[in-house]
Design a protein around this ligand. Structure first.
Ligand code: DON
Length: 550
């Protein structure tokens, strides 16, 4: 007895120097719990992230996925941070004019709503790559919760049932999808059990051999669907898919180190460039949510998003992206010199305009008790991606190639952009806004953050960073604080509706156009303060978001 007490005391002392208990935060409590259980069994933060991501593919089919792609940022307590890019790629048949009809006009449906818009999925290869490098538990162990949730089913919450029934009309266009996500065509209700047998079988195959997705039965099922229905992905495209391990994009903000996503994401560029500009102002003195703080944030974002559209794309096809210059403090000073403190500037529309934003994506954050951190964002692009299950395989396909620009030079006021860095090409990754981030202070993790929200993602993540560094908020406060966004064009500040009338009036008086939205993003945040990891789940657009503690 005495020995046990002594051991417990020793353990407390040891772990309190690090993070007493690991935390997992994601958009579904069941998935966070799957990750936390892995931590309890001695798994690493990466193990927990992989288990959570596979579980999300079952319990959060709107964005959790096997058939999509994403980014994983990993920062170990000892050693170097790394970044795994498992973004989807364009198949070999892709070309810059692939979204045009024969008469040369733009075919929006083909770009976003057909099997041609599906990128070669990267999720399974990416999660496996992360596990291969940093995993401690057996691979099959990490898929176990997902297999159980798919095979035995789980009871739908109000939120899940509302999401599924809200998309019923779209599921009706494809019989296997309707069969999986309805009760013989009738909407599923809260309290119903959702069992996904074909998905369970796929997960069981992947638990044995992850390569099944790219070269085995799962690959065969994908290619069969593509062949039968006019898709462009062939067996060779699946076989050729590789995740890429990239240098983490690094910046600093008021003495805090920022680790963020490099291209083919624009997330890190927008975030770090904006922070560099804001570093020249005293936001704390201006006050959180004050007209001046919002004005300066919007002006900094405006400029970073303009550069995003001009320069960013898959680095394999754009060797000339001037990242060093864009992320330099000197360039930030040049940009600051163009900002007036009391006047909105104007986004010149002739530079280019923007493609539309489409939901949906999801983020998860993990910190284990040693302080190792994972920040992972992955996506199917739209909610439920293409809304097409691969027949016999039980998972949804992405429509990620919609993130490519529409056609060379095709820029219009409706929101198309024709700049070259992000035109479709064989094997190319479409430009992303996903922005998993980790902040490091005095050598230890301070914040793990990320969000869905398409083009608004870097701005949402920026809001969480400012909440911590400038405004000293706790994790709940960071997640709850009203958010803003500006993306060059349309030339407007997007604000969450709970800004005061006085603040809105002050911004309008500076010349800003305001667009009010009820909700921006869904950030899943872990803040480490005084050696304690605080998880805060964002329920503003997804009520089931939840944290689980080891
Ligand atoms: O990679 C991207 O930037 C987009 N495909 C993400 C889409 C998204 O976040 C929508 N979420 N609400």
């Amino acid at each position: 007895m005495r020995i046990r007490l002594w051991l417990a005391l020793l353990l407390t002392l040891v772990v309190s120097a690090q993070v007493p208990r690991g935390v997992v935060v994601s958009q579904e409590r069941l998935a966070s719990e799957a990750g936390a259980q892995v931590l309890r069994e001695g798994g690493s933060a990466v193990d927990a992230a992989v288990a959570t991501a596979f579980a999300l593919a079952v319990v959060h089919p709107a964005a959790g996925n096997l058939g999509g792609g994403g980014f994983l940022l990993w920062r170990p307590t000892a050693g170097q941070p790394s970044f795994i890019d498992f973004r989807e790629t364009a198949p070999a048949a892709a070309h810059p004019r692939m979204w045009l009809k024969e008469d040369g006009t733009y075919n929006e449906e083909k770009h976003h709503e057909t099997l041609v818009s599906v990128g070669v999925p990267g999720t399974v290869a990416g999660l496996h790559e992360a596990w291969k490098r940093e995993g401690r538990l057996p691979w099959a162990r990490l898929l176990r919760p997902a297999i159980r949730l798919a095979r035995e089913g789980f009871v739908l919450t109000e939120n899940q049932a509302a999401s599924l029934s809200g998309h019923l009309a779209e599921f009706q266009r494809h019989a296997p999808t309707l069969a999986q996500f309805s009760r013989k065509g009738e909407p599923l209700r809260a309290g119903d059990r959702l069992v996904q047998r074909a998905l369970a079988q796929t997960l069981i195959r992947l638990a044995k051999h992850w390569t099944d997705f790219y070269q085995g039965e799962t690959a065969r099922l994908i290619v069969r669907d593509m062949k039968a229905n006019g898709g462009w992905i062939h067996a060779a495209d699946l076989r050729a898919y590789r995740p890429v391990v990239r240098e983490v994009l690094r910046g600093t903000y008021r003495g805090v180190e920022v680790l963020a996503a490099p291209p083919p994401s624009s997330g890190g560029q927008v975030l770090i460039q904006t922070l560099n500009v804001l570093e020249g102002y005293d936001l704390k003195a201006a006050g959180a949510g004050s007209p001046l703080a919002i004005h300066l944030t919007a002006e900094a974002l405006r400029r970073a998003y303009a550069d995003r559209a001009q320069f960013l794309g898959d680095p394999a096809f754009n060797p000339e992206i001037p990242l060093a210059r864009l992320l330099s403090k000197a360039y930030a000073a040049e940009l600051r010199a163009t900002i007036q403190l009391d006047r909105a500037s104007v986004s010149a529309p002739d530079r280019f305009t923007w493609p539309k934003d489409r939901p949906d994506t999801t983020h998860l954050s993990v910190v284990d008790r040693k302080g190792n951190a994972v920040s992972l964002t992955y996506t199917l692009e739209d909610s439920y991606g293409l809304k097409r299950i691969v027949p016999g395989a039980g998972f949804l396909l992405n429509n990620e190639l919609g993130d490519f620009n529409a056609a060379p030079g095709l820029t219009d006021r409706q929101g198309l952009i024709g700049t070259t860095p992000n035109l479709a090409q064989p094997g190319k990754r479409p430009l992303s806004s996903m922005c998993p981030v980790i902040l490091v202070k005095d050598g230890a993790v301070l914040l793990v953050s990320g969000s869905p929200g398409g083009r608004t993602i870097p701005a949402t993540v920026l809001n969480t960073v400012l909440g911590v560094v400038d405004f000293g908020l706790d994790a709940q406060g960071v997640v709850a604080a009203p958010r803003i966004h500006h993306q060059w064009l349309p030339d407007q500040i997007q604000v969450e509706a709970d800004l005061s009338d006085a603040t809105k009036a002050a911004l309008k008086a500076m010349g800003h156009v305001l667009k009010e939205v009820k909700k921006q993003g869904c950030a899943q945040v872990i803040l480490v303060r005084n050696g304690q990891a605080e998880g805060a789940a964002d329920t503003r657009r997804w009520a089931d978001s939840g944290a689980a503690v080891e």
